[in-house]
Design a protein around this ligand. Structure first.
Ligand SMILES: [Zn+2]
Length: 162
């Protein structure tokens, strides 16, 4: 890997369904609906892990944690994120900074942003100041706007360990 800096992009979307917890950024958020998925379906953390793996030109998290693997059932997605960080370290890179946008019509996520940042900082092993995280609605447009799904976009910058 030639570049001292590497950038990656991640995107994910999960459907909202009854009878599931809503976990975002490793934090359980009180809500009527939760995200459907094989793991805890933490869409924000999945997008972020994919951004880190993307920066390393590796395949997405489905390659490392296949949804056919029974061990991944109900998996804490912070474990997925830890794996992405480990893959970076193994190649001589550390996480520089990350930036995430979550698209959710409801619930309102702003009261939970600081807690999510703290949790992600812990897993990534970086300072809270190196994590950008904002939530927006989809202005009522399409599936996300109808409150049927939550999506997340993330970018991650990796820096070579000196
Ligand atoms: Zn996902």
């Amino acid at each position: 890997m030639a570049s001292p800096l590497r950038i990656g992009l991640g995107y994910d979307i999960h459907r909202l369904v009854p009878g599931r917890k809503l976990i975002l950024g490793g934090v359980e958020i009180p809500a009527d609906l939760g995200l459907d998925g094989h793991s805890d379906a933490d869409v924000l953390t999945h997008a972020l892990a994919d951004a880190i793996l993307g920066a390393l030109a590796l395949p997405d998290i489905g390659h490392f944690f296949p949804n056919t693997d029974p061990h991944c059932l109900g998996l804490d997605s912070q474990e997925i994120l830890r794996r992405a960080v480990a893959e970076a370290k193994a190649r001589g890179y550390r996480i520089g900074n990350v930036d995430i946008a979550v698209l959710a019509e409801k619930p309102r996520l702003s009261p939970h942003i600081s807690k999510m940042k703290e949790r992600l900082a812990q897993t990534l092993g970086i300072a809270v100041e190196d994590i950008g995280l904002k939530a927006t609605t989809n202005e009522g447009c399409d599936t996300i706007g109808a409150g049927k799904a939550i999506a997340a976009h993330a970018v991650a910058l990796l820096a070579r360990i000196e």
